[in-house]
Each structure stands twice: as structure tokens, then as C-alpha cells.
Design a binder for this molecule. Structure first.
Ligand code: AMP
Length: 186
């Protein structure tokens, strides 16, 4: 978890590879569907372009289908899900059904102004349609309103690791490994 631009996607890929499990990014799956023009992409696009969340029913079904894939059987790392209380409940139900367990919630913390700068730079490189300044600010707001409160829910379960997400990518990865008690491979 963490606000938009905190580096979730980058870290998720590295950490998931370390564990030999898939990094499941709801944002990436939505973007892929948008670019392919699928019915799911058509449903998601207007929400994404406005910086709003895609409705829970759509997102939940997509995640349910994805974690049913064979590569997720040994475990998986979720990037950008859950983001609402309804998604937390849904995820609990899904993993109770599949026999998985939520081991850890990694929260990347970051300075909000710096994040907006980072996202504007990324917009130039990646050309994401949801990376205009107005939409970036809206995404930060939506995160604060709908997703930040979930940290408390998971904190009460004792599985939250809050990590400083600022600085070099490798340094942040090391902080995550330290928190998760992981010995990095060289
Ligand atoms: P991300 O790349 O994770 O920042 O996601 C990009 C956009 O995809 C978000 O701004 C939302 O519109 C949508 N999205 C990604 N994950 C979710 C989710 N768990 N629930 C609802 N919408 C999501």
C-alpha cells in the first residue's frame, strides 16, 4: 500500500521476484485491458482517467479470477489492492477460500509534494492518461479518503510494516527486506 507515486509497482516487482511469486497489479491489469479495448477496459477507463476508483464489483471479480490462475497457487503479492474496505472484506473471503493467508502489508510512505513531481515526470516517460496534474491530485485525495484508513484495519491485525519509500530504489527494497526479515539474494 501507499499513495500514488510512492513506488509500489517498482518495489512489488522486485520483492515478488525474490519470493518467486507473481506481483499482481490491479492498475497494470486495468491498463492492459484499456489498451486492448476489452469490455473490462471500457468499464474501467473513465474512472481511471478521472483518478477515481473502478467500482468494487468490477475490481473484486478481476482479482478473484487472477488469483485463481495456477501461478498464484504458491502465493502472490498484491500491488494496489485492496484499496477500499469492501475490497478488504472481499480479499479475506477469497483467501479463506483458496487457503492462502495474508502474511504482511507493506506500506510505503512518502512526501506528498515530492510524489506529485515524481508522477509528473513519469507522465512524460510513460504517457499515462491519468498522470495530468489535476488527476494526480485527485488520486492522492482518493487515496487519503478511501485507502489510508485501511492501514489501521491491518495494523490491528499486527501485519503492517511501514517503510520510508523515499530515496534510491535499492535502499527502499533493502528496508522492505529488513522489515520482512528477508535475506536478499545477490
Ligand atoms: P495504479 O496503477 O495502482 O495507481 O492504478 C491506476 C488506476 O487503476 C487507479 O487510479 C484506479 O482508477 C484503478 N485501480 C487500480 N487498483 C484499483 C483498486 N484496487 N480498486 C479500484 N480501482 C483501482
Amino acid at each position: 500500500m501507499g499513495p500514488p507515486g510512492a513506488g509500489k509497482g517498482t518495489q512489488a516487482k522486485v520483492v515478488a521476484e525474490h519470493f518467486g511469486i507473481p506481483a499482481i497489479s490491479t492498475g497494470d491489469i486495468f491498463r492492459f485491458n484499456v489498451s486492448e479495448g476489452t469490455p473490462l477496459g471500457k468499464k474501467a477507463q473513465e474512472y481511471m482517467d478521472a483518478g477515481e476508483y473502478v467500482p468494487d464489483e468490477v475490481t473484486n471479480l478481476m482479482v478473484r479470477n487472477r488469483i485463481d490462475e495456477p501461478d498464484a497457487e504458491p502465493g502472490f503479492l498484491l500491488d494496489g489492492y485492496p484499496r477500499t474496505l469492501a475490497q478488504v472484506e472481499e480479499l479475506d473471503g477469497m483467501i479463506a477460500f483458496t487457503g492462502h493467508r495474508l502474511d504482511a502489508v507493506v506500506v510505503l510512505t512518502a512526501d506528498q509534494d515530492e510524489l506529485v513531481d515524481r508522477l509528473l515526470q513519469r507522465a512524460q516517460v510513460e504517457g499515462r492518461t491519468d498522470d495530468t496534474e489535476e488527476v494526480i491530485r485527485r488520486r492522492q485525495e482518493v487515496y487519503g479518503e478511501q485507502t489510508k484508513p485501511l492501514i489501521e484495519v491491518y495494523r490491528q491485525r499486527g501485519i503492517v510494516h511501514e517503510i520510508d519509500g523515499m530515496g534510491a530504489i535499492d535502499d527502499v527494497t533493502k528496508r522492505i527486506y529488513d522489515a520482512l526479515d528477508v535475506v536478499p539474494q545477490s
